[in-house]
Write a protein that binds this ligand. Structure first.
Ligand code: PEP
Ligand code: MN
Length: 310
């Protein structure tokens, strides 16, 4: 399917508009009579705004995503110890975060890098969430782990590397918890929305999309944030769309400006890495804010967007 299918044209009768997401119908298709062109529905049928014009609101542990209020999810890349996640939860809650993030199962590019503490990290994350009153989001890597992770988390993250793991998507389609679907680093918007379609068509209507940067020729930033893609996804679908400025940039100093840009363009939320001591983080320390930097960012976001009711 060409990317043109993302822009279905208005029905044109009696004129041939080639390659514009329209198809011939009626007698002309069979070789005679007037040409009638009918609008072609986007291939992501259930995710499309055509199917569902109003914004969808997804509730994760009592926090509503997609209402127009910016939802901020914050916490470490990896849950490293009970104390680390409890302290982070307390600090990000004090700054106004809505949800706590933390990885227990980590998809690392190298098999020699820290892979996450698994089960015990999940338990510590859930405990820190309860203690601070923050619902939790964490990644699930494989279909076999969905049940366990769903027992501990309020929002199940599909990481960028797994966006097209169809066995995982099919399993998550039957989960009772909402799913945060990250865009793959090399995925087109259409592929991303079709991945969401696996969840929706399989029976899970609770899907939040997350843009976290795509791979381009540029290497000065870890990835290239497709900010226009966020606005386009919001136009094409009714699903909430959030932005991860940490993985999008790979650089601590860029997290605050990119967060403000995401809020300005209409993102429904942010997923931000925060570590009590980024210099000692076992993963993604260079892109993690410390709790003080996160507090400052929250203050400016509150002034410019949250406070303004955007
Ligand atoms: C993460 O959120 O820590 C992560 C691994 O993100 P991504 O899948 O976007 O690389
Ligand atoms: Mn990370």
């Amino acid at each position: 399917m060409s990317s043109r299918a993302l822009h279905p044209e208005v029905v044109t009768a009696g004129r041939v508009a080639r390659g514009r997401g329209v198809r011939r119908a009626g007698p002309a298709a069979a070789g005679g009579g007037p040409v009638v062109l009918v609008k072609q529905a986007p291939p992501f049928r259930m995710a499309s705004r055509e199917a569902h014009p109003e914004d969808s609101i997804v509730a994760a542990g009592g926090v509503e995503i997609g209402t127009g209020r910016l939802v901020v999810m914050a916490g470490p890349c990896s849950v490293e110890s009970r104390q680390q996640i409890r302290e982070t939860a307390r600090r990000v809650k004090a700054s106004g975060a809505d949800m706590l993030r933390g990885g227990a199962y980590k998809p690392r590019t190298s098999p020699y890098d820290f892979q996450g503490l698994g089960r015990k990290a999940l338990a510590w994350l859930a405990e820190a969430g309860r203690e601070s009153g923050l619902p939790v989001v964490t990644e699930v890597l494989s279909p076999e782990d969905v049940e366990l992770v769903a027992e501990h988390a309020d929002l199940l993250q599909v990481g960028a590397r797994n966006m097209q793991n169809y066995a995982l998507l099919r399993r998550l389609a039957t989960a009772t918890k909402p799913v945060l679907l990250k865009r793959g680093p090399s995925a087109t918007i259409q592929e991303w929305l079709l991945a969401a379609e696996y969840l929706l068509s399989g029976g899970n209507p609770q899907v939040v999309l997350c843009e976290r940067g795509i791979r381009t020729f540029e290497t000065a930033t870890r990835n290239t944030l497709d900010l226009a893609g966020v606005a386009l996804a919001k136009q094409l679908t009714h699903l909430p769309v959030i932005v991860d400025p940490s993985h999008a940039t790979g650089k601590r100093a860029l997290v605050a400006p990119v967060s403000r840009a995401a809020a300005a363009i209409g993102a429904d939320g942010l997923l931000i890495e925060v570590h009590p001591c980024p210099g000692r983080a076992l993963s993604d320390g260079e892109q993690s804010l410390d709790p003080g930097e996160f507090a400052e960012l929250m203050a400016t976001l509150r002034e410019r967007t949250i406070g303004a009711g955007v």
